[in-house]
Design a protein around this ligand. Structure first.
Ligand code: HEM
Ligand code: SF4
Ligand code: SF4
Length: 524
């Protein structure tokens, strides 16, 4: 039976394919939700700072100052108000779609738990920032929010005096209390920023800026929405009466009608249960983790290519410990390593050509070592014998070619395959051509697998694919889980092209491929 996760994952994949057509893979908004979230934060922050120039923080003047901005200064301060509100709303939407997408793509479990758990804290800080903001307008909606919130907080019994009392009558609301709300509306978003920064600390080069064009589209859409439907207040707050029938912002205040109709104890229990279950999701159910990458110092010269390529900041450079004439070596943090194998693909000593001694490399996956991958490749090539245009596929476990098939070797990430493996397959005549079938181009499961593979094959990032490998014998194809048909067609067309090529003659003797030294440079 197809699981809920697979259904949602496939739904995203289909929607993203449509968006790929409209925006292209680099600008696909669904693949850029994290960066768009950051952009929205900055729009909210900058528009908020601008609003503070005109905002009067006195409890009796606040509403009037916002009316002045909205009506008299509508073309700048009023616009900033609308941008502030709509960017906050959009941030909630983007956040939940991002959460659902990361969950459906299974990028939150095991060693990848950190961004998820910190993301849960981000959710509450986004809400708290929005709620304290609504309060400052001091209109009927603000009054409603203030009353419902303080009554709920009072049930915790943590304040010396019930804070809901502040809203009993115009005389009881002190400016000091209002100033506290202004302070909170600045402090909470600053804490949110800190949390958003922490959220991306366990990944390398996190994307916090969407591509410029996409950022421009987002901003233009928000400005257009703000001009078409400016944010307005709902009449001045009046503590002499209880606000009736206020219009709710369904993005930030959707819980308020629920808070009103459910006992406070149930609300707090619900909030706690939601937070704990969501934060515990990466371990529900617990799964067996693959062993972390391991360094073999005899084959490591401390070149730090693996550090540059690891998407999860799991490798560090440390002083040499074994007396070999290099200044540094690398160390893997097992708590961060997700066993994607990308480091193995980047190490210059990862060359399948070696014949003398066991096939050891500088950094390897203990449960899927390069030596084993080489055996799998040789076995897979045997299944192709006799076919016209033999295509050996190195496939990503998260894309359209994830299922085992004859002539296919499935890897945790295609960037785990060192370019020398392609050279090995072609020059040893194990196949007529190699198809590298990765996951969707717009957003690699292992973050950089698509980019690094492409750059290595284009010879713009170490380790390069040797020039001697004819490019017409290598196919790069990116296909998400719902693109099996396109993948099949591309592989068939590739096989047909290979079938009419003259047999591949090796450019040079293979003896030079032997590498036994720690530097591995001779493999290039
Ligand atoms: C508005 C709030 C949020 C922002 C701005 C944000 C931003 C980001 C960014 C920039 C990335 C890195 C993308 C990359 O370069 O690969 C990311 C990854 C991620 N986020 Fe968020 N995020 C937010 C909320 C959340 C929430 C609420 C959750 C879930 C509870 C979450 C879970 C994740 C996960 C699981 C990853 C992937 C980490 C990995 O690749 O291992 N995020 N987020
Ligand atoms: S396998 Fe290598 S590249 Fe992947 S997370 Fe572990 S150390 Fe980083
Ligand atoms: S030789 Fe290999 S394991 Fe050592 S630093 Fe370079 S890439 Fe990493």
């Amino acid at each position: 039976m197809i699981s809920l996760r697979t259904m949602i994952r496939n739904g995203f994949d289909r929607a993203e394919r449509l968006l790929d057509r409209a925006f292209g893979p680099d600008w696909n908004p669904l693949a850029q939700l994290g960066p768009i979230g950051w952009l929205l934060f900055w729009i909210v922050a900058i528009s908020g700072i601008y609003l503070f120039i005109f905002f009067d923080t006195g409890v009796t003047q606040a509403f009037a100052s916002i009316e002045w901005m909205t009506n008299d200064l509508w073309w700048h301060a009023g616009l900033a108000r609308s941008l502030h509100r709509y960017a906050s709303d959009l941030m909630v939407l983007v956040m939940f779609v991002h959460l659902l997408r990361e969950w459906s793509m299974d990028r939150y479990r095991g060693k990848r738990w950190f961004s998820w758990v910190t993301g849960v804290a981000v959710i509450w800080f986004v809400y708290l920032s929005g709620i304290t903001g609504y309060w400052l307008v001091w209109d009927r909606l603000a009054q409603y929010v203030a009353m419902v919130t303080t009554e709920l907080l009072d049930t915790l019994g943590i304040f010396a005096e019930p804070i809901a009392r502040n809203f009993l009558s115009p005389q009881t609301l002190s400016s000091r209390f209002f100033t506290l709300m202004v302070f909170l509306h600045i402090a909470i978003p600053l804490l949110l920023l800190l949390l958003m920064w922490i959220h991306i600390q366990r990944i390398t080069e996190a994307r916090t800026k969407p591509p410029r064009g996409l950022a421009a589209i987002t901003l233009v859409a928000l400005v257009a929405g703000s001009l078409a439907l400016p944010a307005v207040s709902q009449g001045a707050a009046d503590l002499a009466s209880i606000p009736q029938a206020v219009g709710i912002d369904w993005f930030l205040l959707s819980l308020y009608p629920v808070i009103e109709s459910v006992p406070p104890g149930a609300i707090w229990a619900g909030v706690l249960a939601f937070t704990l279950v969501l934060a515990g999701t990466p371990w529900l159910p617990r799964r067996r983790e693959q062993a972390a990458a391991q360094v073999s110092l005899d084959f490591c010269n401390g070149c730090s290519r693996c550090i540059a390529d690891c998407p999860y900041a799991a490798i560090t450079l440390v002083p040499r410990s074994d007396g070999l004439p290099f200044t540094h070596e690398v160390a893997v943090n097992p708590a961060r390593c997700v066993s994607c194998g990308i480091c193995m693909g980047s190490c210059p000593s990862s060359t399948p050509f070696r014949r003398s001694g066991p096939l050891t490399t500088g950094i390897d996956l203990p449960e899927r070592p390069l030596a084993e991958v080489r055996v799998e490749v040789v076995d897979a090539s045997a299944a192709l014998a006799g076919e016209p245009g033999r295509v050996l596929t190195l496939a990503c476990a998260h894309g359209a070619a994830a299922k085992p098939a004859p002539g296919r070797v499935v890897l945790p990430c295609v960037a785990m395959a060192p370019p020398s493996l392609i050279d090995y397959i072609v020059s040893r005549n194990l196949a007529d051509g190699v198809a590298v079938a990765g996951c969707a181009e717009r957003d690699c499961f292992n973050r950089f697998g698509v980019a690094w593979t492409r750059a290595r094959l284009d010879r713009t990032r170490d380790p390069y694919l040797r020039e001697r490998v004819p490019r017409d014998r290598v196919l790069l194809v990116w296909a998400g889980p719902t693109e099996a048909a396109r993948l099949r067609n591309e592989l068939a067309a590739f096989a047909a092209r290979l079938a009419v090529l003259p047999p591949y003659a090796r450019a040079r003797a293979l003896d030079e491929d032997e590498i036994t030294d720690a530097t591995g440079e001779s493999a290039r």
